[in-house]
Design a protein around this ligand. Structure first.
Ligand SMILES: [Zn+2]
Length: 291
């Protein structure tokens, strides 16, 4: 059992240019951003930061294989204390952010809204028990740029990441992102072209109210270059929590604590990742005690 909402149009699309020098992935995650921010009752900066993380985590997850999954964990001094987002190769995403009050934010001059701090990506492979963790400092305070730095550090491939989020009266209207990589054979001119196109893409997305597909974003990005689509993956909000899991975790905390919960009349548990709330009655708790 798990909580799943399949989106209608969110997806990522991967492509390679016909001359083999540019690899790119574009993601559109408007519905997933709205589902998550609704669940966590976030609007304003919190919703914006969560949506940026959703796009960033999906860009990272698009490079996962098989049962591989990633966790994007950011601790910053700006608008968010922490963000914790899980995503996997199947396009499943869940997670949360912990917003910070404006008065408590510490954002140095010329640094973006994330402030300073650390960005970690934990990558878990199916056949390896030990996850791989890559951590970089947050240097620019803009998630797209800091993810670019992470990618260059961890993959050693020239990379550019762009993340574009907009919301209107509590509804996310744009949550798109692209990750572009220069492969062997790419020239300096190719790299410059990509950089310029990324800047133009941000303006292009901001100026349109029509929903762009990842394929149309890639076409805009690569302009006159032809490319082949390698993969298209639909995105779902999915959390693995369930009443069975909650019961299992409560059964591990010891009889004394369970007896206290029985005296209180019930136990309420809320999942951090999806904000689903579970209530165990006295009889549920007695059952756990006797098992
Ligand atoms: Zn959950």
């Amino acid at each position: 059992m798990s909580i799943t909402v399949t989106t209608k149009a969110d997806q990522w699309t991967k492509c390679i240019s016909s001359n083999g020098t540019i690899r790119a992935v574009a993601v559109s995650a408007i519905e997933a951003s709205n589902i998550l921010s609704d669940r966590h009752k976030l609007t304003g900066d919190g919703q914006h930061a969560l949506s940026e993380c959703v796009v960033g985590a999906l860009l990272l997850a698009s490079y996962c294989k098989g049962e591989e999954k990633i966790n994007l964990n950011i601790q910053g001094s700006g608008w968010i204390k922490q963000s914790v987002i899980d995503a996997n190769a199947n396009g499943d995403i869940r997670g949360y952010v912990v917003p910070r009050e404006p008065a408590e934010r510490v954002i140095p001059p010329e640094i973006g809204p994330w402030g300073t701090g650390l960005l970690s990506v934990l990558r878990t492979k199916q056949d390896e028990k030990q996850p791989y963790i890559g951590t970089v400092p947050i240097l620019t305070g803009y998630l797209g740029k800091d993810l670019t730095f992470y990618w260059v550090q961890s993959e050693q491939v020239p990379t550019a990441v762009g993340i574009f989020v907009q919301a209107d009266q509590g509804v996310v209207t744009h949550a798109e992102g692209v990750l572009v990589q220069a492969l062997p054979g790419a020239t300096d001119a190719d790299l410059e072209f990509i950089e310029n196109q990324l800047k133009r893409l941000g303006k292009h997305i901001g100026s349109t109210t029509e929903r762009e597909t990842p394929t149309s974003l890639l076409a805009y990005l690569l302009q006159n270059q032809s490319f082949s689509i390698l993969e298209q993956t639909p995105i779902s909000f999915r959390c693995s929590c369930s009443i069975e899991r909650v019961k299992r975790s409560i059964s591990l905390i010891g009889n004394k604590d369970i007896e206290e919960m029985i005296e209180e009349g019930k136990a309420e548990v809320t999942c951090d990742f999806c904000a689903e709330s579970y209530t165990l009655s006295q009889s549920d708790l007695r059952e756990l005690l006797s098992s």
